[in-house]
Design a protein around this ligand. Structure first.
Ligand SMILES: [Zn+2]
Length: 68
């Protein structure tokens, strides 16, 4: 049994996945995106609000349609 080889292959796989987060629910990559939301302030001026959001297949439709 080529145990050493399969271990190396597993390591290579994990290295290639470095920096990626996979959602356990939809099994797709979770991406960090920057959302810009314009919020009207009390002074009647629009203040853009920057937000980092984690997005995957679970919530991308809601985020893209502006529900969240
Ligand atoms: Zn998901």
């Amino acid at each position: 049994m080529p145990k050493g080889r399969s271990f190396a292959a597993k390591l290579a796989h994990e290295t290639s996945m470095e920096g990626k987060i996979i959602c356990p629910k939809c099994n797709s990559e979770i991406k960090k995106i920057k959302l810009i939301r314009a919020r009207k302030s009390k002074a009647d001026s629009w203040a853009p609000k920057y937000e980092m959001v984690s997005i995957c297949k679970c919530n991308e439709n809601d985020i893209m349609s502006g529900k969240i």
